[in-house]
Design a protein around this ligand. Structure first.
Ligand SMILES: C[S@@+](CC[C@H](N)C(=O)[O-])C[C@H]1O[C@@H](n2cnc3c(N)ncnc32)[C@H](O)[C@@H]1O
Length: 293
């Protein structure tokens, strides 16, 4: 992506690079044939760093990759599985990915052709993605909607509705790697808006970061490291309660609890970190929810 892109949007390229590198493992958790094209030079940037880490720690590169890509890999697979399990329940599926970045689900999953698929992100990211993928087109009714998720005045909701999103039919929403980048009031406004657009039976897949990890990330920001986590703002310790407040029944897991991830977590969990003189529990939540009212 061009260097003029904002640093939060750039996190999408780092995520794409991790998805691309995951493909080099002997048993990748998902198949993303487009991630390498979208990630560009970022793949080699990460691999160069991880080769150094492997050397320093006396481990194989495969071991380092497995650890450094595991969260993105598990999150991708968890949300792929959620979408694929939900699709047969809807005759004309509608999918909305907020903060879609360089996600390639529209291009790589087997959509019924009547599926209406919407991706919302900053214009720079969506333009980059469209240009990088060139003639590769999704096999569904696909719309890219530019908008700022923190600013409803940018009109992205009106554009979603104009592009055919139907509020009276259930919607599958994905908020993957997104709410943690928003200030707390904006995260709540976004969840409130998503809920208002969703009729009962709608499905939401998302992840969220515990507040101990947000605090630790702020130390990374102060230390000028952590190219992704330094932008995190919104932490959440009770995701079920949070979503219940917006009318969703949520099932919440942690990545190490997901069956397919067991081999990737050998160390004891949860991890704690000392932040401001206190031990804080760090970690992330993987969430699937259904709208019940
Ligand atoms: C870590 S990336 C995740 C991208 C994608 N969901 C994935 O998992 O590959 C975060 C994405 O959220 C988008 N984002 C963050 N804040 C946003 C905002 N206020 N409005 C629109 N997009 C935003 C960024 O541009 C970026 O593409």
């Amino acid at each position: 992506m061009s260097t003029s892109i904002d640093p939060i949007s750039y996190t999408a390229q780092i995520v794409a690079a991790k998805r691309a590198i995951e493909q080099s493992l002997s048993v990748p958790l998902f198949n993303d044939p487009y991630a390498a094209t979208l990630a560009g030079d970022e793949v080699e940037n990460l691999l160069a760093k991880w080769r150094q880490v492997a050397k320093r720690q006396g481990r194989s590169l495969e071991e380092v990759i497995t650890k450094r890509t595991r969260y993105i890999a598990i999150r991708t697979r968890f949300l792929d599985d959620l979408v694929l399990a939900t699709l047969p329940q809807f005759s004309e599926p509608q999918v909305v990915i907020l903060g879609s970045g360089l996600d390639t689900r529209a291009y790589r999953l087997p959509w019924p052709p009547a599926t209406r698929f919407y991706e919302v992100d900053m214009p720079g990211v969506l333009n980059y993605k469209g240009n990088a993928l060139g003639s590769i087109k999704p096999n569904c009714r696909h719309h890219m909607i530019a908008g700022d998720l923190e600013n409803f005045q940018t009109g992205w909701i009106a554009r979603l509705l104009k592009a055919g999103l139907r509020q009276e039919s259930p919607i599958i929403w994905i908020l993957e790697g997104v709410v943690m980048y928003l200030p707390e009031p904006s995260a709540h406004s976004l969840l409130r808006t998503v809920a208002a657009l969703s009729c009962p039976g709608s499905v939401l897949g998302m992840d969220a970061v515990k507040s101990g990890s947000i605090l630790a990330a702020q130390s990374a920001e102060n230390a000028n490291r952590g190219r992704v986590v330094r932008h995190w703002q919104f932490g959440c310790d009770e995701p079920q309660q949070l979503l219940k407040g917006y009318g969703w029944s949520a099932e919440v897991s942690q990545p190490q609890d997901i069956k397919i991830a067991h081999s990737r977590y050998s160390e004891p969990m949860p991890i704690t970190a000392e932040v401001g003189g206190h031990q804080q529990e760090r970690g992330v939540w993987l969430i699937k929810a259904r709208k019940d009212r």
